[in-house]
Ligand binder design. Sequence first.
Ligand code: BES
Ligand code: MN
Ligand code: ZN
Length: 506
Amino acid sequence: MDFELKTLNRTRICSEKCDALLVLIPQNLSSDDDPLSALAALAIKSGDFEAKPGKLLSAYRTPGIAATRILLVGAGDGSPKNVRIAVNAALGALKNSNAQRAVLCLSALNNLPPDAVRTAVVACSDATYVYTTTKSKASPAKLQRIVIAVNDAANARAGFDKGTALVKGIELAKEWANRPANHATPTLLAVAAKDLGKLRNIKVEVLGPKEVAKLGMGSFMAVAQGTAEPLRFIVLHYEGAAKAVAPVVLVGKGITFDSGGISMKPAHEMDEMKFDMCGAASVLGTFRALAELQPALNVVGLIPASENMTGGRAVKPGDVVTSMSGQMIEILNTDAEGRLVLCDALTYAERFKPKAVIDIATLTGACVVALGGVRSALFSTDEPLAQALAQAGESSLDLCWRMPLDEEYAEGLKTNFADVANIAGKAAGAVTAAKFLQRFAASFPWAHLDIAGTAWKGGAAKGATGRPVSLLLDYLLSQVPLAVPGKAPTRAKPVKRSTPVSRTRA
Ligand code: BES
Ligand code: MN
Ligand code: ZN
């Protein structure tokens, strides 16, 4: 999808030729004497239209308006949340039409908040995205181009740029998450990461089985030993600030298929375990967006990528392995593999002396039970970090909810045969998983996002959501130091590259 931002007030927009004109109408619509406002006012007065979020009224070849199709869309109070509902409804209604070029008019919304423009752009992408990669007769979306019309493009520019950067990140995350496991192996994920290494200020390193063994990642290796697909440990660097600036580290669970291993999962909906790398996909997507926006920050991305399979070489319940931290882990359930790959990545993160470490993982079915698909679970040992992430969730409409980490929850992880077991009892499964990870995150401010319920949808609309790329980007942008003249820039300095953009060690 191509996006363009244009200054077009309600009068000008009446003469704008396009296949479809989607006009967001707020509840407090101010009167204006253009044909569009007259149409909306008349429809409201006659009771045929209401400005409630998502309400629609369509018209065709209307006198005084150049667009072929016109859709009035209720936008309530014009808040980002209602803008999202409105855009979804409008583009949903356009789905089976032949429209190729649409104009989304935000000009009737008063005091348009910048986040509403960002939200509109992201919602346009969400409503029109189609996965095509593994279909032989791919029929791409008809709609090719959306013009976002506002009263003052200069004012809306920042929100628009953030929106288009996010769309690139979210669509990349969806693409890799949606690909079947045989089209998204650890090796292929590493190739996708390497591709990001071609973008400005991004460097990518890929470690293979040998390097990972040398690092002593015995826990990660235990998960990977049951599959013929070689593991990859992917390290991304976004360098938008001076070297001395401590980075934020994002750790994404990259289980490209989770069969459960010897503690095998039931067959029902097991295909959905191709989505068990959505944490990894969200890290890739966030880096894609960072490359677009070039904020003055340093960010490291870590992705332990492997399949979790069963077989003669697979790790067995009761096996004890030594993690990179030296802690010995009794693997009581091979299906609790996410924490086993993440713990070694958390230990690896220590070397960056990070400002904060955030891991993102489709970690527990229990999280789906607790919070469903609305909010991701947020765990953190650090108040400012927790608050910044919760705030980023609200501002980006990519919501999360704080969960507890009381020490009592760690009781069930005790074992007679190692330092810690990888599962506890049935109760509070999302929390006990977080308690396990916490043991490996003692040396930096740490947060854990369990995205098991939010990263993809099942059923007829089965597919990745691209969450929580929006949340992560808003958090990272909130960490950019404010511009002081002559001091820290809010944008990365342009760099000339003399060194190769990426290195491989696989
Ligand atoms: N990838 C799953 C978690 C998951 C399950 C996410 C269903 C979304 C939907 C994870 O590796 C897993 O299997 N967790 C187990 C942990 C249990 C064995 C303690 C679970 O949640 O059942
Ligand atoms: Mn599992
Ligand atoms: Zn898993």
